[in-house]
Design a protein around this ligand. Structure first.
Ligand code: NAD
Length: 272
């Protein structure tokens, strides 16, 4: 089996990376940065997002796993003291794969050209540098509302515990193939009216945002921000691609949510 490691780059993460490479190659696994079957991220959730985007072109054949070297991570759920155990698990067992849905974002220009097609593990956040965003929001081909405000966040189920949660969105179990649309400070008065609640859209229910004011947009997909001008529409839906997590022990989603947000944060304890 071939593996790659994406490290946060700090001293602690680099030490664990070196140890992992030594121990896994001792078990005759191959360190291959180009075509890995398994990508191990060593750092935090930010490192995991980076690893996901670095290997986004081979999601069908690559599985991901995270070791956290800072505070508890949502995606990075192995602690440094468990590295030996993780190495043994990787070396000896055919691992179980758990797949989670992703978000697809398609940006079309005014000439109706597809400018970009992006995949998000957590979310896409759409804002502008200049005043409010003003969008016609269409759902499944029908006009739903005109949104005016700071922006919109469209998240995946696994991203529902990230930015979406801070915006008052609900937490969605990743077994549900859905995306969630949450508002950022919508303007609601006698002229402008939005639903005000997060919307959860099933697979095939596309959300189309059509700008009504000619502005440049800041589109942040996970940790990557780009600026788009001349935008005709931003289309969001559940992607046909999925992310594959390697699982060597059960760690149910709700336990992960509990341990991240409810249970006492003790980084010295193994996360079970
Ligand atoms: P960062 O370093 O600012 O990390 C933000 C925090 O989000 C970290 O504590 C990380 O552990 C946590 N996080 C990331 N994905 C998560 C998930 N799926 N569930 C629960 N927590 C999660 O930024 P970064 O490392 O570049 O990560 C980018 C992510 O930060 C974005 O995808 C977005 O979800 C999140 N974010 C959150 C807020 C907020 O909560 N107000 C604002 C902006 C961005």
């Amino acid at each position: 089996m071939k593996f790659a490691i994406v490290s946060k780059g700090d001293e602690r993460s680099e030490t664990i990376k070196t140890r992992l490479i030594e121990q896994l190659t001792d078990y005759s696994l191959t360190y291959d940065l180009d075509h890995p079957d398994l990508v191990i991220s060593v750092g935090g959730d930010g490192t995991f997002l980076e690893a996901f985007h670095r290997y986004i072109h081979c999601l069908k054949t690559t599985a991901f796993i995270g070791v956290h070297t800072g505070h508890l991570g949502f995606y990075a759920d192995w602690v440094p003291s468990e590295v030996d155990q993780l190495v043994e698990e990787i070396a000896k067992t055919p691992f179980q794969i758990v797949e989670y849905p992703l978000l697809e974002v398609i940006i079309r220009s005014k000439s109706d050209r597809v400018e970009d097609r992006l995949l998000a593990l957590n979310e896409a956040a759409i804002k502008t540098t200049d005043g409010s965003v003003v969008f016609d929001v269409e759902i499944k081909g029908e006009h739903f509302e005109t949104f005016r405000g700071d922006g919109l966040c469209i998240s995946t189920p696994s991203g529902s515990t990230a930015y979406n949660k801070a915006l008052g969105g609900g937490i969605i179990h990743p077994a549900l193939e859905a995306i969630q649309v949450t508002e950022m400070a919508s303007i609601n008065n006698r002229v402008f009216r939005t639903i005000g609640s997060p919307l959860i859209l099933p697979k095939h229910h596309t959300c189309l945002l059509k700008p009504l004011v000619d502005r440049s947009f800041l589109l942040t997909v996970d940790h990557i921000t780009d600026t788009y001008t001349n935008v005709k529409s931003i289309q969001c839906r559940v992607a046909k691609e999925r992310v594959r997590f390697a699982r060597f022990r059960p760690f149910p989603f709700w336990n992960r949510v509990r341990d991240s947000f409810v249970a006492e944060d003790d980084p010295t304890l193994p996360r079970r």
